[in-house]
Design a protein around this ligand. Structure first.
Ligand code: NAP
Length: 909
């Protein structure tokens, strides 16, 4: 895996498709005195009497603000306007007073508002919180005009991840739009703003909305010649730390540089060793003890560096303090300790270097600026400030670059084996020193203003919303789902308006948060992780809790879910409960589940299935009760069926599949019938859409509806038989050779497979069977879930079929699913070369995790190229061992997994 560079750019958004709550119970506006009248205009958006304005007072004790907040009714919608006053009026970027004032009214006040609300039980109520800043982002080359409020962005991003029942957003406005004719429109736009599922900020300018996306930086190579002056002088703030020390040695090696290392500690033997390393690499080094926040001390230090080495040619800000804590447990001292070196420290450094002939000033920031992880609101806030301040400085002519590092596992603050392992388990790999230094040189030589440097798997990049490169593009009016080599398998067919992908993703995220809480509660009922600090060895935990051997693959994935949710930390083989576990006793998860379902009706059936399973988890995990008995009570699929009915995402995927089949049928001008085969039709969710689209095609179509389960075939015949005379119902096990089941080679023009192929043991062999069934030029219409889903793991992961893959290298870790690049590669290898990937909905900063892929069989490829290529490798012929008691689990539609379920006696259902 390579370390790559990703650059941010602006992308225009459509107006929000889903409005914020129209009639909230109580509205709170927290505003500075200088708010351009926005607080009152916002209150005016609601019916009289429900709105309250609390004014921020500079220098007010946090307790006093909390007290005033406690005197208004608990709000269901909050506007935080503290970011409007950044104190820059009349002052320049180098005003330390302005930066302090901006933090006080902005990010610190927001911290106080949020922590007061959480302390008053706010996490148990749904809250919509919109923070507003002014010009803290710039959507053009000039960068932000007023960057000092930008720490609010990072806090908001982390808060959104920590509080699953809150909907959080941040909108950056232009002050010119807050007065005159547009003022009312801005207030209305803010009142309509639903917030982003990840808390990402939206920029509003003259009625248009913009968001940040990341693209891989193309053709950015490290230079042949180092971008440093030979014998030049370089200053590294935080230079005795992990990355700073590597950089110092690199500068010495590449440019025989003079390097000044700055840090707070007095010189000690460890720092002396770093200086010796620099000297050994051909440079000169000196250490200066100074605090980045000490303006006078920093000015004196720069003077001392000049005196020692001459003018400074380049500088790096590599200082950092890290103190992770969720906001509901974080005190203000912890919050400000992390802000200080990056907020005040960045401004002080830039001030101290004002007179130096800098070739560059490089700020080390973090990928946190784009992710905002839970438990790191302070660090994320510090990083978004640093990025915005750098962009502002650049606009004033200072040659500033920002490097948003991913993860360094060999040196630096988090270079611990356990941390490395944990990061690798979530798909983020360690940048080594050589790669890191090449990235620094590439950024400087190519004059990249800002780049995220990351070594990560596709699933992580998708979470970062990494998109294709290119200049900022206005978004099309309606998201066009077609993506793929100039090929439109829908034949130009129009689609209804796309569902709001962001809203759907947010709903599923809430569902996953609920799932993690229910899982923790279940493990607590089994006697584990009842109090913070409880340590358990991961390797023996399953045995200690008497988890059945049949769940040997599920159980570690469950622990990963708890780690990702912040309930546990992992240190090598040890798992430790965090403070977050202590709140469980006070939580009413039944009510929380009802609220998630009420606020997000598209996942109501999911909540029901999740709660049904998690209520019985101790018995299920111990093998005292069979999962099929819980999920399919009285042999009924109704509980599971509900998961994929009425979900707008499922409906959209089914519509895409149906249109792809109809487009093929309509485009066929031959006299022969078009033969369509559906694999794993299950409860008929996708079949219903496809058959409806084909109803008018009359006798031009023959449709073979198949499933491995005779029960599902009977169900399908009941549903569709009478009204669709062109449908034939047959049993097909796609894992076995179709020839031996009486299916002819090349017998079908179109094969439809909706969330079933991942449920097979060997994807390559399965696709060989699909290719066998298709004629040359025929099409596979494949609907698949392509990303890990905690919900699916917690429910369908209980079934043996979920874990039957024998090709784990192809699957998304912890699941049987494959991602889009894997599918397209497999399809190509299987002779289904021309592929289009259709997305059901556009989302702002994430991938959908659900796609319809349409692939065309390359004419002329041998029909049975690979069948039988792996002797004994998979269950080609149904032996008693292969079929007994098998539940083939698949995700059917939407982000809504279900089961192509085969009860233990498949012929009896
Ligand atoms: N390591 C990673 O994986 C990673 C990931 C993303 C971003 N980054 C960024 O990369 C940079 C370096 O990280 P690192 O891992 O090398 O961290 P590190 O090993 O902790 O080094 C940071 C150094 O900053 C110094 N420092 C902290 N506060 C200071 C202050 N007020 N004034 C002066 N010096 C101060 C510390 O020295 P004293 O205690 O002696 O002051 C420390 O040696 C940071 O900017 C960080 O945000 C790192």
């Amino acid at each position: 895996m390579r370390t790559r560079l990703y650059t941010p750019r602006w992308r225009e958004l459509d107006p929000p498709a889903t409005a914020a709550t129209t009639e909230p119970g109580s509205v709170l506006v927290v505003a500075p005195s200088r708010d351009h009248g926005l607080a009152e205009r916002l209150i005016g958006q609601y019916r009289p009497g429900i709105g309250h304005v609390v004014r921020l007072r500079l220098g007010e004790a946090p307790d006093a603000l909390a007290d005033r907040l406690g005197r208004v009714p608990p709000p269901s919608r909050v506007y935080f306007l503290g970011g409007l006053d950044d104190g820059l009026d009349g002052a320049g970027w180098d005003s330390l007073d302005a930066v302090e004032r901006a933090q006080e009214l902005g990010v610190l006040s927001l911290f106080r508002v949020v922590t007061s609300m959480l302390a008053a039980g706010g996490s148990e109520r749904p809250v919509e919180l919109i923070s507003v800043t002014a010009h803290a982002h710039g959507v053009d080359e000039r960068g932000p005009l007023r960057p000092f409020s930008a720490a609010v962005f990072g806090l908001t991003r982390s808060l959104a991840k920590e509080q699953s029942s809150w909907r959080v957003g941040c909108v950056d406005v232009a002050t010119a739009d807050l007065t005159g004719n547009s003022a009312g429109a801005v207030a209305a736009a803010l009142a309509a703003e639903p917030g982003h599922p990840d808390g990402n900020e939206v920029v509003l300018r003259e009625g248009r909305r913009w968001t940040l996306v990341l693209s891989e930086a193309e053709q950015v190579a490290p230079p042949a010649e180092p971008p440093f002056r030979r014998g030049g002088t370089y200053l590294i703030l935080g230079g005795a730390g992990g990355i700073g020390a590597e950089l110092a040695v690199h500068l010495a090696r590449r440019a025989a540089a003079n390097v000044a290392l700055l840090g707070r500690r007095p010189l000690n033997p460890e720092i002396q060793r770093q200086l010796d390393r620099v000297a050994a690499a051909g440079g000169s080094a000196a250490y200066f003890a100074v605090d980045a926040g000490d303006d006078t001390g920093m000015a004196a230090t720069v003077a001392a560096v000049r005196a020692r080495f001459g003018p400074v040619h380049g500088a790096f800000h590599s200082a950092l303090v890290l103190r992770d804590e969720r906001l509901d447990a974080m005190d203000e001292a912890t919050f400000t300790a992390v802000l200080a070196p990056k907020v005040r420290g960045a401004v002080v450094l830039a001030r101290a270097l004002r007179e130096e002939p800098l070739d560059f000033l490089t700020f080390f920031s973090s990928a946190q600026s784009f992710s905002g992880n839970p438990g790191q609101a302070n660090y994320a806030a510090a990083c978004t400030f640093k990025d915005a301040f750098a962009a502002h400085l650049r606009g004033t002519g200072v040659p500033v670059h920002v490097v948003n590092w991913g993860y360094w596992g060999e040196v630096g603050i988090v270079a611990k084996a356990a941390y490395r392992q944990r990061m690798a388990s979530v798909g983020v790999h360690s940048i080594d020193a050589a790669e890191g230094m090449r990235a620094v040189e590439a950024v400087l030589a190519n004059r990249l203003p800002q780049a995220m440097v990351l070594k990560a798997e596709q699933r992580v990049l998708e979470r970062f919303g990494v998109r294709e490169s290119g200049p900022p593009q206005p978004a099309p009016a309606a998201a066009d789902p077609r993506r793929g080599a100039g090929w439109d398998p829908l034949g130009g067919r129009a689609l209804d308006a796309a569902p709001d992908g962001d809203r759907l993703l947010a709903a599923h995220r809430r569902l996953d948060d609920l799932g993690a809480a229910l899982l923790l509660a279940a493990l607590q009922r089994m006697g584990a992780f009842e109090s913070p600090g409880e340590r358990r060895p991961a390797a023996t935990l399953a045995a200690a809790l008497a988890v059945a051997p049949s769940h040997a693959r599920l159980f570690p994935t469950l622990l990963d879910i708890l780690v990702a949710a912040g309930y546990l930390t992992r240190d090598g083989q040890w798992l430790t409960a965090t403070r977050a576990v202590s709140g469980m006793a006070a939580r009413d998860l039944t009510t929380e589940g009802q609220e998630v379902a009420a606020r997000n009706p598209e996942v109501a059936a999911h909540v029901d299935l999740l709660s049904t399973c998690l209520d019985r988890y101790p018995e299920l995990l111990r093998g005292d009760v069979d999962a099929t008995a819980v999920m399919f009570p009285s042999a009924s699929a109704s509980k599971v069926e509900g998961v994929y009915r009425g979900d707008p995402l499922a409906d959209r995927l089914n519509a895409l599949a149906a249109r792809a089949v109809a487009a093929y049928v309509d485009g066929n001008d031959g006299t022969d019938q078009v033969r369509v085969l559906e694999i794993g039709a299950g409860t008929g969710g996708t079949s219903a859409s496809v058959l409806a689209a084909l109803r008018d095609s009359g006798d031009r179509v023959r449709y073979v509806y198949t499933d491995i389960s005779l029960g599902f075939l009977r169900h399908g015949r009941r549903l569709f038989g009478a009204e669709h005379p062109f449908v034939e119902f047959r049993r097909l096990d796609i894992e076995s050779d179709p020839a031996t089941q009486g299916f002819p080679a090349g017998g079908f023009d179109v094969v439809v497979a909706a969330n079933v192929l991942h449920a097979t043991r060997d994807l390559r062999e399965t696709l060989d069977h699909v290719r066998y069934l298709l004629k040359g030029g025929g099409r596979l219409v494949l609907s698949e879930t392509t990303a890990f889903s905690p919900f699916a793991t917690l429910t369908f992961g209980l079934l043996d079929g979920w874990w039957r893959a024998t090709d784990p290298e192809l699957r998304v870790p912890g699941s049987p699913l494959a991602d889009v690049p894997t599918w397209t590669g497999l399809l190509r290898d299987a002779g289904l070369g021309r592929t289009a990937v259709l997305s059901p909905a556009e989302v702002v900063q994430d991938e959908m995790g659900q796609y319809v892929l349409v692939a065309e069989r390359t004419p002329g490829m041998p029909q049975r190229r690979r069948i039988g290529r792996r002797p004994g490798g998979s269950c080609r012929r149904r032996s008693p061992k292969c079929s007994a008691g098998r539940a083939t689990t698949s995700i059917r539609t939407g982000r809504s997994p279900s089961t192509a379920w085969t009860p233990s006696s498949s012929s009896s259902w």
